[in-house]
Design a protein around this ligand. Structure first.
Ligand code: SF4
Ligand code: SF4
Ligand code: SF4
Length: 276
């Protein structure tokens, strides 16, 4: 659950108990989900869907990877009657694994950026490969591929839903998803720190420069003001992005949490990501 700092500060003991009860319920519901993080339920992953169900804001029939068995488990936890899978979120199907046609891959890395569990290995301008044991079949890598060289290959025969997936696989997928989120936060923080150091160095260099005319002095002052403003914006962004809890630090769940700006000349972030 997320709450603003003001909400947290003003929460009554009853509110806090309610939040804790909802969190505990979301934990139990999340533990029943397949953890493919496919977003087919309409949420940015399994945890946000679990939280919506815990709050009574979403029905238990939105998860195609869990299928009918998953719905039955969720309904039992929620104390409601199972519903048929909502077809607007997909159909229950045999599980698939992504396969890349390496003869066509141009090494753009877009699939790596889309994969929620770091199941794709590759580097910029090199061919990419899926690690089949880590692939959850979420198919999130398919749409971004500009040369359409990723195919989803069914691997479980007639078996679907939880018949085609196991709790250890779900646990591994969740663990890899959380590791990836931590890595993204760490990379963002490292990038921000590097940009902040670069901006501070530029500012210091400007301060050391002697102006040979009034016009040059004014130009230097303008540059210093621009850099100082960029440093301050970055500081405020970092302050606003301070996580209230682990979920709030999630760059996937919080698309508004953009990297902080620093010096005017931003280097591009690393485009190479490898499973850890
Ligand atoms: S497996 Fe996919 S559809 Fe099911 S809860 Fe997780 S993200 Fe949603
Ligand atoms: S490789 Fe593709 S299908 Fe497999 S988990 Fe990653 S994004 Fe999903
Ligand atoms: S998105 Fe497609 S072309 Fe780009 S690296 Fe992945 S598989 Fe290769």
């Amino acid at each position: 659950m997320t709450a603003s700092a003001a909400d947290t500060a003003s929460a009554s003991p009853a509110d806090v108990r309610l939040d804790a009860a909802l969190d505990a319920r979301a934990d139990r519901l999340e533990a029943l989900l397949p953890q493919t993080q496919c977003t087919k339920c309409g949420f940015q992953g399994c945890r946000p869907y679990a939280e919506a169900m815990a709050r009574g804001e979403a029905d238990c029939n939105r998860c195609p990877p869990g299928g009918a068995e998953g719905i039955r488990r969720l309904a039992a936890e929620l104390g409601v009657a199972p519903l048929p899978l909502d077809p607007t979120h997909g159909t229950e199907q045999p599980r698939a694994v992504a396969r890349i046609d390496e003869t066509l891959c141009i090494g753009c890395t877009l699939c790596i950026q889309a994969c929620p569990v770091d199941a794709i290995v590759g580097a910029a301008k090199q061919m990419h490969t899926v690690l089949p044991d880590w692939c959850t079949g979420c198919d999130l890598c398919v749409a971004p591929c500009p040369v359409d060289c990723i195919a989803m290959i069914p691997v479980t025969g007639e078996r679907t839903g939880w018949d085609a997936w196991s709790q250890p696989q779900a646990d591994q997928a969740r663990s890899r998803y959380l590791s990836r989120k931590q890595r993204l936060v760490r990379e963002r923080e490292e990038n921000e720190a590097r940009l902040a150091a670069k901006a501070a160095a530029k500012l210091e260099a400007l301060r050391q420069e002697a102006a040979s005319s009034e016009a040059e002095r004014q130009a230097q002052e303008r540059k210093k003001a621009i850099i100082q403003a960029a440093i301050e914006r970055a500081r405020l962004k970092r302050q606003a992005a301070q996580p209230l809890n682990a979920a709030a630090a999630d760059p996937v769940d919080r698309p508004d949490a953009a990297p902080a700006a620093a010096a005017p000349d931003h280097p591009a972030p690393s485009d190479t990501k490898r499973p850890q």
